[in-house]
Design a binder for this molecule. Sequence first.
Ligand code: IPD
Ligand code: CA
Length: 237
Amino acid sequence: VERNEGEAVVRMGADGTPTRKIDMIAEEVILDILYEKDLPVKVISEEAGEVPISDDYEYVLALDPIDGTFNSLRNIPFYSISMAFSTSNSMKDIFFGYIFDLSGENEYYATREGAFKNGRPLKVSRERELSRANVIYYGGDDWKIVDRIKRTRLLGCASLELCLVAEGKMDAFVDCRNSLRVFDVAAGILMVSSAGGKVSKEKGQEVDNGISIGERINIVASNELLHDSLVEALNEG
Ligand code: IPD
Ligand code: CA
């Protein structure tokens, strides 16, 4: 679709944000394929909400048909399809994550055993010092840790931003705005942990959120070595 057409808001999505035409088309295409394959999954998707593909489903699929919609509409080459499969309604049971970088045509996937980009294993960075860290940082009300790290980047596509941490290009990703939805980050979280990193909520707690449309989540994802100092810095009074 042309940019003006793709941008048009067609309705409100199940997640409470506007559905643009481009989001709707991408979601329809993916749901059609899932129906065609008759996969035993219940989909939780940004626009359509809960969609059981088969009645006796075994898996839950957290789907973002386009993560980074704004980037895609402005031709900023950083947006993806993001999918995470879980054996339950919990983020804890995600066993497979798949992220396709739509403009770079890079394919990322992760199992609990490892994370891969175009078939090559991914490894997080080895940076230990907060003062040298390169961090994707979306603060909440508080942006004070920006003074304590080396660089920040804000690229507008959470799933691919997490892939940058998994492949060691960035050292950490922090989003404390209470606005991320689980399908934005579900696949990326497994990507980072399976590449040797660590992911927690903002106070260091395990990410045990339910996979549901209304859920909002704050996360800290790092190369592990920086994790404790990042969480500490975020929570200093
Ligand atoms: C958005 C992207 C963006 C993040 C926003 C999300 P969407 O998802 O992941 O990086 O900062 O919080 O809403 O709407 O493009 O699927
Ligand atoms: Ca989306």
